[in-house]
Write a protein that binds this ligand. Structure first.
Ligand SMILES: Cc1cc2nc3c(=O)[nH]c(=O)nc-3n(C[C@H](O)[C@H](O)[C@H](O)COP(=O)(O)OP(=O)(O)OC[C@H]3O[C@@H](n4cnc5c(N)ncnc54)[C@H](O)[C@@H]3O)c2cc1C
Length: 427
């Protein structure tokens, strides 16, 4: 077989975070990379755009990363985008129960020894020390136990674990796997507050995570082709031998290889027979054009978690307030106006605004991501493939849906791209 050289091309299909991180690893190793992206811009499920109706640049959905997301941090460093993120000194998660009006802030201390759980002013009101020991046991699950059965369903569960689990797994807790939540907790909460500092973009997701990656890839000589949907991938004798793009066939030479970093339903279309997750959960984001006072009750965090409410997380953004509802399959087909009308009163309460504003809903945009992530259930988790497959030795899979051991997250997507690149670099 011809030896892989710098002249050989690696085709990365898909310019979401998985494809971009694969391309970064490959260009860093001196490889010639061509990225094919079906859409007019990169970012996939993590991107910003100008919404004409609102007259604002918005993100497709609010994304929260934590400082313990080591692959995401390394990616941000590599694309030199550290300044694109808000700098917070410590971990603070404000919450409000909409029904009772109670507010609290969970403040894990920096170090690994969790002395914060001994201090009533830093932990969830109404919780006992033993509840936290029960929560810590979640990291031990390796079986099919859902989050809802993994600990006692007391105040700590409803006021911290359930909201975090729904956000991290994008799956209702009666089905969402405890082992996937445990994998997230092991790298964040269980490492102490220093690993739980929220990382939020100063502007949008694209400015922080996508545009700088494209610029870095171009500076390393990578070619990025937009509006370049790959409609066919031919494999012969255990090798990928050709792609078909909008301008026709793209034959692959000996030594060329492919990273397939598309969503799972596209991957199984291109590789018939590939087993991939096939059940998904929606995420709703409701963006209201409203300039919130940054010194209001959300304080430095700029976001708040809500319990006993339709809205789950409320974020203050430039010129708008943005609400996330995860695991939203049961609401995704509702009319946008009905969804916004349910959520706006929650925003008024969360921001501590006069109750009279509840009937004065500002202009809004409801963004429905119907297949936001695969459902993090036992049935779906076993359908996640390894990056290397039997289809072709010169092909590696990447995407948050591959077998990363994490739920579908930015961290998982970035890691999957790195792993796929490693597979090809070893050829
Ligand atoms: C609303 C929402 C909120 C989220 N919130 C969070 C959060 O708070 N924290 C977190 O960590 N994660 C969050 N996530 C998950 C995170 O966005 C994803 O895990 C991550 O973006 C997935 O990246 P990816 O590269 O695997 O897939 P994608 O982003 O789907 O990338 C795949 C790319 O392939 C392209 N493509 C498809 N078909 C073809 C083809 N035939 N040829 C060429 N290109 C093709 C697509 O256009 C796309 O750009 C959220 C997701 C959504 C939707």
């Amino acid at each position: 077989m011809q030896k892989t050289s710098a002249m050989n091309q690696i085709h990365v299909i898909g310019a979401g975070l998985a494809g971009l991180s694969a391309a970064l690893s490959l260009t860093a190793a001196g490889r010639t990379v061509i990225v094919h992206e079906a859409g007019p811009a990169a970012g996939g499920r993590c991107r910003s755009y100008f919404d004409k109706e609102l007259g604002l640049r918005i993100d497709n959905g609010n994304h929260l990363m934590l400082s313990g997301n080591s692959a995401a941090k390394a990616y941000i460093k590599e694309i030199e985008a550290e300044d694109a993120f808000q700098q917070m000194d410590s971990a603070a998660f404000p919450f409000m129960d909409i029904q009772s009006g109670e507010r609290w802030t969970v403040r894990p201390n920096k170090g690994r020894i969790p002395w914060w759980i001994f201090r009533a002013d830093r932990r969830v009101p109404g919780t006992r020390l033993s509840d936290y020991l029960g929560m810590a046991r979640i990291i031990r699950f390796r079986d099919e136990t859902p989050v809802g059965d993994a600990m006692r369903r007391g105040k700590l569960y409803w006021r911290l674990v359930e909201p975090l689990a729904v956000a991290a797994l994008n799956t209702p807790t009666q089905e969402g796997l405890a082992r996937l939540l445990g994998a997230v907790m092991r790298e964040t909460l269980m490492r102490g507050g220093a690993a739980c500092i929220p990382m939020l973009p100063k502007q949008g997701l694209s400015e922080a995570l996508i545009d700088p990656a494209i610029a870095m890839l171009r500076s390393r000589g990578a070619e990025i082709r937009f509006n370049s949907r790959i409609a066919e991938l031919t494999c012969n004798d255990g090798r990928a031998t050709a792609l078909r793009g909008p301008d026709g066939p793209i034959p692959l030479q000996d030594g060329d290889s492919v990273v397939l970093a598309v969503p799972p339903w596209v991957a199984s279309d291109l590789l018939p027979g590939l087993v991939v997750p096939d059940a998904f959960e929606a995420i709703l984001n409701i963006h209201f054009r409203y300039e919130a006072d940054p010194s209001g009750p959300l304080g430095e965090a700029g976001f708040i978690g809500l319990t006993s409410a339709t809205a789950e997380w409320v974020f203050i953004k430039h010129g708008h307030v943005s609400v996330t509802i995860s695991a939203a399959n049961n609401m995704v087909d509702d009319q946008a106006r009905a969804i916004a009308a349910l959520v706006w009163p929650n925003v008024v309460d969360a921001l501590g605004l006069p109750a009279g504003l509840k009937t004065e809903m500002p202009p809004y945009r409801v963004v429905k991501e119907k297949r936001a992530t695969f459902a993090a259930t036992a049935r779906q988790d076993v359908r996640r493939p390894e990056p290397a497959t039997n289809f072709a030795t010169n092909l590696a899979l990447a995407g948050d849906w591959t077998d990363t051991g994490l739920p579908a997250t930015i961290e998982g997507a970035i890691r999957s791209g790195r792993t796929a690149a490693d597979v090809l670099l070893k050829l």
